[in-house]
Design a protein around this ligand. Structure first.
Ligand SMILES: Nc1nc2c(c(=O)[nH]1)N[C@H]1C(S)=C(S)[C@@H](COP(=O)(O)OP(=O)(O)OC[C@H]3O[C@@H](n4cnc5c(N)ncnc54)[C@H](O)[C@@H]3O)O[C@H]1N2
Ligand code: MOO
Length: 401
């Protein structure tokens, strides 16, 4: 079977992936969630003409020129408006946020008034009409669409939704990705290892990547290399309502690489298996009903590079989010040989020198080497059949952090 080009593999994997249905949640639980429906104002804000300052509500005609002496006939704190009407040469002591009393059409800030005692004040600064007043509906009016569907609920959006009188919002369900590690050699971190065993590491990075695009991960642990063990965890993933099942390892051609057979046995329709990419050639993708199944290669670096390139965009889509890879132009720090048919993602360190990014690849690129991946901050992307390139040549890099 010909290897599927990376761009085509991504297209096929994302085909038909749209935001999951909405769910209603309390606003306090909604930070960083994505709106499934627009937020429409249930009220007008401010709901009355409001004082923007502490001072005196007055008639502009009385305070247009100074000196102006007024008698204070009442008080209007926020939350309790003055119920009378302000007449000529009268004022009401008012505080920020209080409704403008009837008859008043300006606010004299208290710094511009002197208390004369006995209920009188003298205004010492002329104050024009409508000064220091927030008009009815200055912020928004009932029925306004305040936040569009797809908006990520950042702090300002959350406070706005609250202000519009919504205790709950409808947000896109968080995608659920079930993760199944496979391999007789694997044990969880903290284990006493036998001589032929290693630690199962891939699920941790995959789960973190899922969380970084707003998805939930369900770690189903490690299945031994036999059909029933893997099938049991696949069934568990489906029963848990996973939107995506990720298997780790067992995707290649070895006698113990059972993932394909198990998944198809459970009803998966294979879309593609094996792509023109290094690392990550054994990547598998299929659909089990509505559940997308991604078979990640076992080699840890291949697992995580495929997660970056395929799983994160898919989960972002399902979560109603836009995901862009952070691609930059750089210069090669060292020469690179010609590439073969697989698009290469070369672990590298990118530094900035005099405004130019310099990408220096690591000398060894074995896809088992997690330490080098953790030391890398970027992947140099080499197109299939790219010719050899000299140090200083332009290159594309995918920034990882
Ligand atoms: N004859 C061929 N052999 C291999 C090919 C090939 O095309 N022909 N492809 C190679 C490539 S590329 C990769 S990548 C690996 C991936 O194969 P699998 O997906 O079947 O992975 P495994 O064989 O199960 O494991 C490979 C390697 O990774 C370790 N591993 C597996 N799972 C985990 C985990 N959860 N955490 C940490 N490490 C894990 C496993 O112990 C192996 O060392 O196949 C090549 N072979
Ligand atoms: O995907 Mo494999 O990791 O190319 O080594």
């Amino acid at each position: 079977m010909a290897l599927v080009p990376v761009a085509e593999a991504l297209e096929r994997l994302l085909d038909g992936a749209t935001a999951l249905p909405g769910e209603s949640i309390a606003l306090m639980d909604a930070p960083d969630r994505v709106l499934a429906e627009p937020v429409v104002a249930l009220r007008t804000q401010p709901p009355f003409n409001a004082s923007a300052m502490d001072g005196y509500a007055a008639r502009a005609a009385d305070v247009a020129s100074i000196p102006a002496r007024l008698s204070v006939i009442g008080m209007a704190p926020a939350g309790r408006g003055f119920e009378g009407i302000i007449g000529p040469a009268q004022a009401v002591r008012i505080f920020t946020g209080a409704p403008l009393p009837a008859g008043a059409d300006t606010i004299v800030i208290q710094e511009n008034a002197r208390d004369l005692g006995g209920g009188g004040i003298e205004v010492i600064e002329p104050t024009p009409e409508w000064r220091n007043i927030r008009g009815l509906g200055l912020d928004f009016s009932k029925g306004d669409v305040l936040l569009e569907k797809g908006r990520v609920l950042d702090p300002a959006a959350l406070s706005l939704a609250a202000s519009a009188n919504h205790p709950r919002v409808s947000v896109v369900k968080r995608p659920l990705v079930a993760i199944i590690a496979t391999g007789d050699e694997l044990l969880p971190p903290g284990s006493d290892l036998g001589p032929d065993q290693i630690i199962s590491s891939n699920a941790y990075g995959v789960a973190a990547a899922a969380a970084s695009v707003g998805a939930d991960a369900l770690d189903l642990g490690i299945a031994a290399d036999h059909h029933e063990a893997i099938a049991t965890l696949v069934k568990r993933a489906v029963a848990a309502g996973a939107d995506v099942i990720v298997t780790l390892g067992g995707a290649s051609v070895g006698d113990h690489d059972l993932v394909h057979d198990v998944l198809t046995g459970e009803g998966m329709t294979l879309d593609f298996w094996k792509i023109a990419m290094r690392p990550g050639k054994p990547l598998m993708f299929g659909r089990l009903g509505d559940v997308r199944c991604i078979g990640l290669p076992g080699n840890p670096v291949a697992s995580l590079v495929c997660t970056q390139l395929f799983l994160k965009p898919l989960l972002a889509r399902l979560g109603g989010r836009v995901h862009r890879q952070d691609m930059r132009e750089a210069r090669l720090g060292t020469a690179m040989p010609a590439n073969d048919l697989r698009q290469d993602y070369v672990r590298a360190v990118v530094t900035e020198e005099a405004g130019t990014l310099l990408a220096t690849p690591f000398g060894i690129q074995d896809s088992s080497m997690l330490r080098m991946l953790a030391d890398a901050n970027a992947l140099i992307v080499r197109e299939p059949f790219a010719p050899s390139a000299a140090a200083g040549a332009a290159c594309s890099v995918l920034m990882l952090r």
